[in-house]
Design a protein around this ligand. Structure first.
Ligand SMILES: [Fe+2]
Ligand SMILES: [Fe+2]
Length: 254
């Protein structure tokens, strides 16, 4: 097992932790659950449930991954942040569950998501690969989708949920960026290329279902779905350049 102990104190982790503690919220009392549900006109009822269900399963998957990271990281400040994140994701899953109950529908976990999570949990390379896949790409994608849905789902209850969850997710992405910026320079170029390929494979498999299988009437045409997926990957590649995984030229050749 690869235990990582950071040699120097980093105030940025401390700031994140303070931010996390001061922004704690209660899923049952800080959301006004008496507000009525407003269904988006472009989305049929059962697809509304299917969409929100995948958010819930994404939260449960992130909990599993954070628990796995706790087995590999011994630095107390990082462990504390991961434990706070597990509490956040548990609250998010509970909120989505309660929202699904309100709309009276839910759906099973998407097969592509299940397979991707299993692959992340079985990754044998550096734990920095797991953090890149989850905190940069998957959570970055969750944040992007929540931002898009803020306009597309005009439901006041969903808006309340979205604002609170997005704030937490932004903090999780920030943690991933700071951690990776600090630790990726310790890896060789070959190790970083291996991480990039691992993340790219997961992205390709996960999004192929959106492009080919997950057809929601009214949920944009095939062409627009392709554009949306491509825009997402471009954005995640930019983030991976920013954290120092690879530069653009190395990425294009990887
Ligand atoms: Fe979450
Ligand atoms: Fe998160």
């Amino acid at each position: 097992m690869n235990h990582i102990v950071s040699p120097h104190h980093d105030h940025r982790f401390e700031n994140l932790s303070e931010n996390s503690i001061s922004n704690q919220w209660n899923a049952d009392t800080d959301i006004d659950w008496s507000i009525g549900i407003k269904r988006p006109s472009w989305l049929l009822g059962r697809f509304h449930g299917a969409l929100i269900s995948q958010f819930k399963f994404g939260e449960l998957a992130t909990i599993k991954v954070c628990q796995s990271l706790l087995k590999q990281i011994s630095d107390p400040s990082i462990r504390s942040l991961l434990e706070q994140q597990i509490a956040d994701e548990t609250r998010h899953a509970h909120v989505y569950d309660r929202y699904l109950f309100r709309i009276g529908d839910d759906a099973p976990c998407d097969q592509a998501m299940l397979e991707s999570v299993n692959r992340i949990l079985q990754w044998h390379g550096s734990h920095l690969g797991i953090i890149t896949a989850v905190h940069i790409v998957l959570e970055g994608e969750a944040l992007r989708t929540l931002q898009d849905l803020a306009d597309d789902i005009p439901c006041p209850l969903f808006s309340q949920i979205n604002i609170r969850i997005s704030r937490d997710e932004a903090r999780h992405v920030a943690f991933g960026k700071i951690y990776l910026l600090r630790h990726l320079p310790t890896l060789s170029l070959d190790e970083r290329i291996e991480i990039f390929r691992f993340v790219r494979n997961i992205w390709t498999d996960c999004t192929s279902n959106i492009l080919n299988g997950f057809k929601i009437p009214g949920f944009v045409s095939g062409h627009l779905r392709r554009c949306w997926v491509d825009a997402g990957w471009t954005r995640h590649c930019r983030s991976m350049v920013d954290i120092g995984l690879l530069n653009e030229e190395q990425m294009s050749r990887a």
